[in-house]
Design a protein around this ligand. Structure first.
Ligand SMILES: [Zn+2]
Length: 344
């Protein structure tokens, strides 16, 4: 029977405060790779935040790493640099090194159906209680989790080796990904908790948007107000739960839009790395170099001069029905996050 052998429990000062905007300083182990995991509901500014963080020296914007197992196997899915991921030089080198590391450990190839199937069987809402019970150092017979975490670990180690990055930005959002729970060997995870008004999130998930990072003509799925608000609430509650095990820094959508430089500086301090020159941010715009994000919102493929401003269209155009549903279902957390019940 093969058991899980996670990295030894990391000695850290945990953030146990009930205040959501506190940051915890952590003791970093030199043999671990820092990962800044962006957690929360999609359409909360995470893609642009990851692109901004990718401009900082020593930071690598990996995009939504939990999509890698789709993107790396599809010939027509784009990397953030605009190349198909499979022909991007950076990701080709990363995946070759990750494959070497993974084969060394498991004897199996990294890019195979096995990892994707393992991910699909582990990262499911019904598995949330079991995942939350686990901690670094836990030994349990769960081969699929072993497969998935070893693959992520090999990928993170390969990113660090190939790019020289000291912080990997993972914008996967889903807060019970094993990497967010601190269950991936060799990874020291810090969580950036993205919070946006749920009524804005509802509106965004109802808009028609094309998936422009592939040539299939697909559109984003669209969801009802009830589904989006329930998802927003549950994801935020899970982040609240994992604040007891990993350091968390809150990033509010409005603060990111109004003060991107301050937000980047705060997150750089959070992971204990210098932010460097923030001159690429100027009066409501950012001048972005392409990053090699693998998977996520197609906005990540944009580079050059980008406007950084809040999208407030929802305040005018969200229907009364969706406004009521979004407010009612999110009410307890609206209060907790200091968001107004009124939207005008
Ligand atoms: Zn690329």
């Amino acid at each position: 029977m093969s058991g899980l052998t996670y990295a030894p429990a990391v000695r850290r000062r945990r953030n146990r405060s009930s205040q959501p905007n506190l940051q915890a300083r952590v003791e970093h182990r030199p043999d671990e790779i820092k990962v800044l995991f962006l957690a929360g509901k999609g359409r909360s500014g995470g893609t642009i935040l990851a692109s901004l963080l990718g401009q900082l020296p020593g930071f690598f914007n990996a995009g939504e790493l939990n999509k890698l197992w789709d993107y790396a196997l599809m010939p027509n899915y784009q990397c953030g640099c605009g190349e198909p991921l499979r022909s991007c030089e950076t990701w080709s080198a990363i995946l070759a090194e990750a494959d070497r590391l993974y084969r060394e450990q498991t004897g199996a190839p990294l890019l195979s159906e096995g990892v994707g199937l393992a991910q699909a069987s582990v990262v499911r809402w019904p598995k949330l209680p079991r995942l939350l019970r686990m901690s670094p150092g836990t030994t349990e017979d769960w081969p699929a989790l072993d497969t998935y975490t070893n693959a992520i670990s090999a990928t993170c180690r390969a990113i660090a080796k190939v790019t020289g990055a000291c912080v990997i930005v993972d914008s996967s959002r889903l807060p019970f990904e094993p990497i967010a729970l601190g269950l991936v060997p060799s990874v020291d995870v810090h969580i950036a908790h993205l919070i946006r008004d749920p009524r804005a999130v509802v509106y965004s998930w109802k808009r028609v948007r094309k998936l422009t990072d592939r040539d299939t003509g697909e559109e984003f799925p669209r969801y009802s107000a009830a589904f989006s608000t329930a998802s927003w609430t549950i994801r935020n509650l899970v982040v609240e739960m994992i604040r007891r095990r990993n350091p968390v820094s809150v990033v509010r959508y409005d603060t990111l839009a109004s003060d991107p430089a301050g937000t980047l500086q705060r997150l750089a301090d959070f992971v204990d790395e210098p932010a460097g020159d923030l001159g690429f941010l100027k009066s409501g715009r950012a001048y972005l170099a392409p990053t090699h994000s693998a998977g996520g919102n197609p906005v990540r493929v944009s580079s050059g001069s980008i406007a950084i401003q809040p999208d407030e269209e929802w305040r005018e155009h969200l229907s009364r029905h969706d406004r009521v549903v979004g407010t009612a279902l999110a009410l307890p957390l609206l209060h907790r996050y200091g968001l107004s019940v009124r939207t005008h």
